[in-house]
Design a protein around this ligand. Structure first.
Ligand SMILES: Cc1cc2nc3c(=O)[nH]c(=O)nc-3n(C[C@H](O)[C@H](O)[C@H](O)COP(=O)(O)OP(=O)(O)OC[C@H]3O[C@@H](n4cnc5c(N)ncnc54)[C@H](O)[C@@H]3O)c2cc1C
Length: 456
């Protein structure tokens, strides 16, 4: 009987293995497919490389904002080669790490449960005292559309494999992955049209910032809100999309259709119903949201496989913590990080601590400190004077509860704020910190002062 079996070697499974192997050699990690993680191969990293090329090009094309006139020439094959070359560097680093592990701990294959303490992989059964399930997720798409469009329907799993950039692209979805990729494509010269089911871009929940984000991003990206294709058909060199807008039937022809409408957990590959018949319904699995334990079994489900925070650092953290929960008692909470979610649009969006929506839902008495970056000094100097931020302060304790940001370099401001929230810092304590001049951080001070005026 093994001490532990980890199923899935993505970010979460790898973190779990690296922690667990410090305490036991009597363990297995099983992975279906490549061992280089979704994040490095088809997720965080290649998308950020593509976005980086897109933003650099945009900055060159808009160099007049800082008093320069520069012409840019692009070779779209070179861009995609660059994306893959850098991506391969990241995946190789992960694979090198995995290769250094004891071979007897690793099995390539698809695992499924036979009962609560037995799994089967490659027709062989293994038993363990504990299990960590870290099987991740996969992009969802309409199988009828795929049948019709074949290679012309792509998801984030295929987009980075394109030899060169297409001339035109339709994107279905307006969530984080959809907008990140759509905006990058548009900036790289691909005529991009976004079909959005709702009136929303990204994940900001503040109505004011959400509206500003829609307005700002729509200035450079054609987003058809509350509009979805009625029919898609394959044509000689691409896709024809039929849709209706303002009661008018319209058609759009594009080279590719990118579906980015969400991701589906791969828990359905595990035959969890062999543990308990009720586990057939994956949406109703009794997983403790804090410990990630399945009922009272020594089974923990972590990472994107079962989460409302499908984020890399959360997956890694859960992996490390779940390893401890398997090998030590008592079982501890593993959802311990201050919420931090960043979207690499331009300007970037970020949600830190409690979002506007969660505060409202919990009826928490808070005030909002607001700052626009349209006339903010440093933002003007950089030619990046777009967007705004909101910070949320508890009325009674004056503690910083959360923030939503739509601004240049939100990734850095969001980190500062999340660390401050974790330290339970109050508004007055924040306002006596140094704010260097001229920086984007000064905008934070403006928002904090706006909050203080309301409290006074
Ligand atoms: C385009 C895109 C951009 C993203 N950008 C960011 C970003 O900028 N920042 C960020 O924080 N997050 C980002 N993410 C999310 C991030 O990539 C995920 O949160 C993270 O990869 C989840 O890791 P995981 O270990 O849960 O799953 P994965 O890394 O997907 O690992 C799961 C593994 O389990 C294997 N598996 C599945 N079923 C079985 C089975 N039955 N038996 C054995 N093995 C199995 C899979 O094949 C896979 O190898 C992005 C995601 C995408 C798709």
């Amino acid at each position: 009987m093994l001490d532990l079996i980890i199923i899935g070697a993505g970010t979460a499974g790898i973190a779990a293995y690296k922690e667990a192997v410090k305490y036991t050699q009597n363990l297995l990690i099983i992975n279906d497919g490549p061992w280089d993680t979704t994040c490095a191969r088809v997720g965080c990293m290649p998308s950020k490389v593509l976005i980086s090329s897109a933003n650099r090009l945009y900055d060159i094309q808009h160099a007049d904002e800082v008093g320069l006139a520069i012409k840019a020439e692009i070779d779209t094959t070179q861009i995609m080669t660059h994306v893959r070359q850098l991506r391969d560097r990241f995946t190789k680093a992960t694979l090198k790490d995995v290769e250094s592990w004891d071979n007897s701990h690793k099995i390539s294959g698809k695992a499924k449960f036979i009962n609560h303490n037995t799994i089967e992989v490659n027709q062989q059964q293994y038993q363990a005292k504990n299990f960590i399930i870290a099987v991740g997720s996969t992009p969802t798409f309409d199988s009828e559309w795929k049948k019709e469009l074949q290679e012309r329907l792509i998801t984030s799993d295929q987009i980075f494999e394109l030899e060169k950039l297409p001339k035109s692209l339709a994107v279905i979805g307006s969530g984080v992955i959809a907008i990140e990729l759509a905006q990058a494509m548009q900036r790289l010269g691909v005529e991009t049209t976004v079909f959005a089911r709702s009136q929303k871009v990204g994940a900001l929940s503040s109505p004011q910032l959400q509206e500003l984000a829609q307005l700002t991003i729509s200035q450079e990206l054609n987003i058809l809100f509350k509009t979805l294709p009625q029919k898609v058909e394959k044509i000689t060199q691409g896709v024809k999309i039929h849709y209706s807008q303002n009661n008018e039937n319209k058609k759009l022809e594009v080279d590719y259709l990118l579906v980015a409408t969400g991701r589906q957990s791969l828990l359905n590959t595990l035959s969890l119903e062999n543990i308990h018949p009720e586990y057939q319904d994956l949406k109703k699995l009794p997983v403790n949201t804090q410990t990630k334990q399945l009922a009272s079994l020594p089974i923990f489900i972590i990472g994107d496989a079962f989460t409302n925070t499908p984020i890399q650092h959360e997956a890694a953290h859960e992996g490390r913590m779940a390893a401890h929960n398997c090998l030590n008692t008592p079982i501890k909470n593993i959802k311990t990080l201050t919420p931090l979610a960043i979207m690499f649009s331009s300007p970037e969006m970020a949600t830190v601590g409690q979002s506007y929506q969660t505060l409202k839902e919990q009826n928490i008495d808070f005030i909002t400190g607001f700052a626009s970056y349209q006339k903010q000094g440093r933002a003007l100097v950089l030619g990046k004077n777009k967007g705004a931020i909101e910070i949320y302060i508890d009325k009674k304790s004056k503690k910083l509860l959360g923030a939503e940001l739509f601004v240049e370099s939100a990734e850095h401001l969001a980190h500062l704020l999340s660390w401050m929230i974790a330290e339970e810092v109050t508004l007055d304590e924040l306002l006596i910190k140094p704010f260097y001049h001229p920086t984007l951080e000064e905008g934070l001070r403006t928002a904090l002062k706006h909050a203080r005026r309301q409290l006074d």
